[in-house]
Design a protein. Structure first.
Length: 130
């Protein structure tokens, strides 16, 4: 069965020049355990790490498969980036290691929302995104 994937990414406010943008995600595995996404740093400083939350759901289900802010996994996860992300640079990065039941393979669509909450600059300062 082919799994259609719809991806929706949510990012920081325009007050920080769109913060860190997560886009072009592709699930890996069956059922999907990770997603590989493009991450763009729209801040004016280099980023060494960022914290995020995720929601993975199907439009035909009332309860999400994963909702890290509401009980399905740690509230936020953090990615440290080797070499960092320079201003206006886009890299490929991985999100995940979720525990999703095998029955998700029957979903006709799967939607991923990634919300970036804060970034750690190269100098160690923390930048709130939301």
């Amino acid at each position: 069965m082919r799994l259609f994937v719809v991806l929706m990414c949510v990012w920081g406010s325009s007050a920080v020049a769109d913060g860190i943008v997560v886009s072009d995600c592709k699930f890996r595995g069956s059922p999907p355990e990770i997603a590989e996404c493009s991450v763009t740093n729209n801040l004016k400083v280099s980023v060494a790490a960022y914290s995020y939350s995720v929601v993975i759901y199907s439009t035909d289900r009332a309860v999400p498969w994963i909702d890290t802010l509401n009980g399905s996994g740690p509230p936020t996860q953090s990615n440290k980036v080797s070499g960092g992300i320079e201003p206006n640079e886009t890299i490929r990065d991985y999100f995940g290691h979720w525990t999703i039941p095998k029955r998700v393979e029957k979903a006709t669509d799967l939607i991923l929302e990634v919300s970036v909450h804060e970034a750690t600059a190269a100098d160690g300062s923390v930048i709130a995104i939301d």
